[in-house]
Design a protein around this ligand. Structure first.
Ligand code: NAD
Length: 542
């Protein structure tokens, strides 16, 4: 366990201009970050699992071997975390909030470092990496300021008003397991951890093998901000082995990832009667009504479809356009898509970055090829860009997509969007509600009141009007999550912190017992109580 204070204080050297490894990242720094991966001190003769080395998407060069854990390491991490949680749950909330705000400030101050790491590990454009910083800062500020309100004790009416004093109190779950994917390693890696810590829990996080360094850097930063050393444990390695062990070892699981893995996690947690929240996949629709501002809708679609190279759970993959404005919208959309700059620079000059892995590139290629072979038309894009980097793919717009094509209903998770036309709002709603996902949706219309009404008819956890995805997701006071196959539970808002607590009812009975008084017969007690209940009904007592 590394307890030094300066693990993220790297020299302010310029970032690599292109290629993969940022120039300031030394082997020594990597070694210090990797020391945060928990290992069972009782390991003794037991051999360590093989380290995992991810490949940098920009050039497929090896990033760095990150130590891997086995289930015994995870058990040990949970044990150490549990021991630390006892003291932490007694630490005043104001002190916990102070640490989170100190982390907020350090993150903004050192953001260039983490932006470099995120780009190195995921290949995304710098602006999309910066959005992670902005989102984590918003979550940190929000919960540090609002935790007291969300977690405050609630006084409720007792069984006998005046005589039964009842309070509902929030108690931490204990140890929370956070399992997150590679696509937003900072935001999903720490954004769900902060409210868990503020609520008085310890956390065991499973780093995604593709983006472990980002999480370890963040772990070091939170330590520097004042978090007690054992309270947040990071484990790393294979998802099926280490992730399963996390589910088995904790008191609540916050999982973000694919729907397929989410089901496995939910079943495993349910077997132990452990609660879980599941933030899963999507196939998110965007509706352009006939009265929409077409230029704004096209610009918004480009942002929402190609953000994070389309590897964002809430990004748009289906665009439904009213037939009256279809041609005009298509023209604007193609113009804006073709203007996007692809690049692998560690500055803000590229609009769209790389895909994360050969597997992700293969899915994108397969979806587009399948659609084309079944009769779809590529309006723009539709090809890999090895001239820019091994995993780059042009932002792609398809037309003529039919239900037999994979791209129609399956999550592509890449820079591909399909255009469909509709004649009436009812038809648009029916199309938007197709499929089993229900994560996010978008409606573009000058009539925002009507669009908001339509939102109520869309099965999705978030609906944005005149914005593609960010308005809801960035409003961290409101819940974010999915319906149907897109998940269970919410992050952000009240639910995003209360899910990490158990509600406990504390009832204090005063003056007289509940039940017959001494010397009173049961019959008399029942008769009087029946009369009181009838009276309460007449007096409209709740
Ligand atoms: P994934 O399900 O393959 O992996 C997610 C995490 O789970 C990784 O850390 C992985 O190592 C771990 N894991 C794998 N098998 C496990 C198991 N059996 N038990 C426990 N943990 C296990 O997902 P991915 O492909 O890395 O991520 C992309 C998916 O995540 C997409 O479907 C995307 O839509 C979804 N996603 C959803 C949200 C959201 O908020 N709804 C956000 C981001 C990504």
């Amino acid at each position: 366990m590394n307890t030094e204070q300066d693990q993220t204080e790297a020299p302010a050297a310029p970032s690599a201009a292109s290629g993969a490894r940022p120039s300031w990242v030394t082997d020594e720094l990597i070694g210090r970050w990797c020391a945060w991966v928990h290992h069972d001190e009782a390991r003794q003769g037991r051999g360590a699992a093989d380290p995992v080395t991810a490949l940098a998407p920009y050039d497929l060069s090896p990033i760095a071997p990150v130590p891997a854990c086995d289930p015994a390491d995870v058990d040990s991490a949970a044990g150490v975390a549990r021991a630390a949680q006892h003291e932490w749950s007694r630490t005043p909330l104001a002190r916990r909030a102070e640490i989170v705000l100190a982390f907020h400030d350090l993150l903004l101050e050192r953001q260039d470092q983490v932006l470099d790491l995120i780009q190195w590990e995921t290949g995304k454009a710098r602006y999309h990496a910066w959005q992670e910083v902005a989102q984590v800062a918003a979550v940190a500020r929000h919960y540090a300021r609002r935790a007291r309100r969300y977690l405050g004790t609630r006084r409720v009416r007792g069984m006998i008003p005046g005589l039964t004093k009842v309070e509902e109190v929030r108690r931490p779950k204990g140890v929370v397991g956070v399992i997150s994917p590679w696509n937003y390693p900072l935001y999903l890696g720490v954004g769900d951890v902060l409210p868990a810590l503020l609520a008085g829990n310890a956390v065991v996080s499973k780093a995604d093998p593709q983006a472990a360094l980002t999480m370890l850097w963040t772990r070091a930063l939170l330590h520097e901000a004042g978090l007690p050393v054992d309270l947040w444990q990071v484990v790393a390695g294979d998802g099926a082995v280490v992730g399963s062990a996390v589910v088995d070892a904790v008191d609540f699981v916050c999982f973000t990832g694919s729907t397929a893995t989410g089901r496995v996690v939910a079943e495993r947690a349910a077997g132990r009667l452990t609660g879980s929240s599941l933030e899963l996949g999507g196939k998110n629709p965007l509706i352009v009504r006939a009265d929409a501002d077409i230029a704004a809708a096209a610009a918004g679609t480009v942002v929402a479809a190609f953000a994070n190279t389309g590897q964002m759970c809430i990004h748009i993959e289906r665009v439904h356009v009213h037939e009256k404005v279809y041609e005009a919208f298509r023209e604007e959309l193609l113009r804006a898509t073709q203007a996007l700059v692809l690049g692998r620079t560690f500055d803000y000059s590229a609009d769209v970055g790389s895909l994360v892995s050969p597997a992700q590139l293969e899915t994108v290629r397969a979806h587009v090829d399948d659609a084309v072979s079944k009769g779809a038309t590529v309006l723009t894009g539709g090809r890999a860009r090895p001239d820019i980097g091994p995993l780059f793919y042009d932002p792609t717009v398809l037309e003529g997509v039919t239900p037999d094509m994979d791209v129609c209903g399956k999550e592509t998770f890449g820079p591909v969007v399909s255009l469909y036309s509709f004649a009436t709002d009812d038809e648009a709603l029916r199309m938007a509600n197709q499929g089993s996902y229900g994560l996010s949706a978008s409606i573009w219309s000058r009539d925002t009141r009507e669009a908001a009404r339509m939102a109520g008819l869309i099965r999705a956890g978030s609906v944005n009007v005149n914005d593609g995805a960010a308005a809801a997701a960035g409003s961290v006071e409101a819940g974010m999550g999915g319906m149907g196959d897109s998940g269970l539970g919410r992050r952000h808002g009240a639910e995003g912190i209360r899910k990490y607590t158990e509600s406990q009812t504390v009832a204090v009975q005063r003056l007289m017992p509940l039940g017959p008084a001494p010397k009173q017969s049961v019959q008399d007690f029942v008769r009087r109580t029946n009369g009181q209940m009838a009276l309460m009904r007449r007096l409209r007592v709740r």
